[in-house]
Design a protein around this ligand. Structure first.
Ligand code: ATP
Length: 221
């Protein structure tokens, strides 16, 4: 199987305790997997390791079958991996939606004209064209999550890592995000507490529990 990410016996220990030990999983090409688990079990930490934001204390990752020996080696995959943090309120750098969505493209040297064209297209795909000129901090939590997602998708990453994408959202906003994510054909790791949300999105679900990652059978979900 062609894989986007392979985790090989990854462990992580913070100052106080070992959060998980010898965790392995494979994320196939355009596969969607979910990670659930109780508060503080280490889900966000695991996702940050896959994002190349923190290094495992033991074990290693492979990205597109290339072994990553340290955080520096993640650098060449920066454009391939997009990470949506749990709290997006500090994620935005520009006042309006369209400015923020095209910001990263502009910093990579894209002309304003092309960036705007791509930005408008992404807003259309995510059904938020009506928010184009709105001030981000006036938007609802759900709208902000979709805007943050637009800012990631415009860079055309191959791997999407989403930490609680429906956290604190109402049912309607949750459905909207499920529909959007279901329509996106990319390799994805989604961390979530919302069972109903996860079941409608990811065929493979793992539970982080007692320091281990357990693959759930469908009837256990
Ligand atoms: N920067 C940090 N410094 C110290 N401890 C941290 C840090 N980040 C997380 N932790 C601790 O590591 C543990 C795991 O945190 P993590 O956020 O990965 O869990 P989680 O499963 O995502 O939790 P939640 O479901 O509440 O978001 C927790 O005990 C947390 O307090």
């Amino acid at each position: 199987m062609s894989c986007s990410v392979n985790l090989r016996a990854v462990s992580y220990k913070n100052d106080k305790k070992e959060l998980f030990s010898k965790i392995s999983f494979n994320l196939g090409h355009e596969e969607k997997i979910a990670i659930i688990g109780s508060n503080g079990s280490g889900k966000s930490t695991l996702l940050k390791i896959v994002a190349g934001l923190i290094a495992p204390t033991d074990g290693y990752l492979e990205i597109f079958h290339n072994k990553i020996n340290n955080l520096k080696e993640f650098k060449k995959y920066r454009n391939d991996i997009a990470y949506l943090p749990q709290d997006v309120t500090n994620h935005f750098l520009c006042p309006t939606v369209i400015e923020d969505v095209i910001f990263s493209l502009r910093t990579r040297g894209e002309s304003k004209e092309v960036a705007l064209e791509k930005g408008k297209k992404i807003l259309e795909q995510l059904h938020i064209s009506h928010l184009e000129d709105r001030i981000i901090f006036d938007l609802s939590g759900g709208e902000q999550k979709i805007v943050a997602l637009a800012g990631l998708l415009i860079l055309e990453p191959r791997i999407l890592l989403l930490d609680e994408p429906t956290n604190a959202l109402d049912e309607e906003s949750e459905k909207k995000i499920v529909n959007i994510l279901n329509s996106i054909k990319k390799s994805m790791v989604i961390v979530s507490h919302h069972k109903s949300f996860i079941e409608s999105l990811a065929p493979t679900i793992y539970k982080l529990h007692n320091n281990c990652l357990e693959k759930l059978e469908v009837e256990d979900n």
